[in-house]
Design a protein around this ligand. Structure first.
Ligand SMILES: [Mg+2]
Length: 237
């Protein structure tokens, strides 16, 4: 049942916690690519953010010129710093996540990534967490700073026969991106947003964590059965 569906997953706060390596890597990469020290890296909020959005805000805050070339250099450095950092300090994968992803694969669901991480760090994070082989496509934070647009790109990359139906995430921005693109939204409380706030944000279902695989699968399949596929809402320019 529904095994022809694709399911999209956010990464940080949903599958894993990167244990703070991102913030340190952002500071070092900013210094390398933009030539200045960022004054207050601790104050940046990464929750539901995209890497493109964050770096543009950092450049604007420091009044340093930005360009596609600078961003490319920054993303290159970020990928190197993060990969090295995770060699020493692997991400903490949340309870039940490997079991859930493998069971969904076993049932025929195609799994994709929808993330604010750039492509290289998205795959590095799931590889260091040991679940990269569960995913077959995705869209990333170096392709757009707009999560709705990243979701739209991921939907277009789903394998043939795997119609995207559901997005799983940990913030109101994930829920909005799902609904703007005609997907159902399952919100999980392993990130930094309370279940109450996720419910108020319009999630089709909420769950505290994925520690009980059977319960999570039942919830996912009931959401898929109860929701119909709506045509995507096109982003306004
Ligand atoms: Mg997240």
């Amino acid at each position: 049942m529904n095994s022809q569906a694709s399911i999209l997953f956010d990464i940080d706060g949903t599958l894993l916690f990167a244990r703070g390596v991102g913030r340190i890597a952002f500071a070092a990469s900013f210094r390398g690519a933009y030539g200045v020290e960022y004054p207050d890296i601790g104050a940046i909020s990464f929750v539901g953010a995209t890497d493109s959005g964050v770096i543009r805000q950092m450049a604007a805050r420091c009044s340093v010129p930005n360009s596609p070339a600078r961003e490319e250099h920054f993303f290159f450095l970020l990928a190197r710093h993060l990969d090295a950092a995770m060699d020493a300090r692997p991400p903490q994968i949340f309870p039940g996540v490997p079991e859930l992803l493998r069971e969904l694969n076993n049932r025929g669901y195609r799994l994709g990534l929808v993330t604010g991480n750039i492509r290289a760090t998205a795959w590095a994070k799931v590889r260091h967490a040991g679940v990269d082989s569960c995913f077959s496509f995705g869209a990333y934070g170096d392709e757009s700073e707009d999560r709705n647009e990243i979701t739209r790109l991921a939907i277009g990359r789903a394998p043939e026969g795997g119609t995207p139906r559901l997005l799983v995430g940990d913030t109101p921005r994930d829920i909005e991106a799902a609904h703007r693109n005609g997907l159902a939204a399952l919100a999980v409380g392993t990130g930094w947003v309370s279940l109450d706030d996720l419910t108020r944000s319009g999630a089709d279902a909420v769950i505290q964590d994925f520690s009980d695989t059977e319960q999570t699968i039942r919830l996912i399949e009931s959401v898929l059965e109860q929701t119909t596929v709506h045509p995507p809402t096109r982003n306004t320019p």
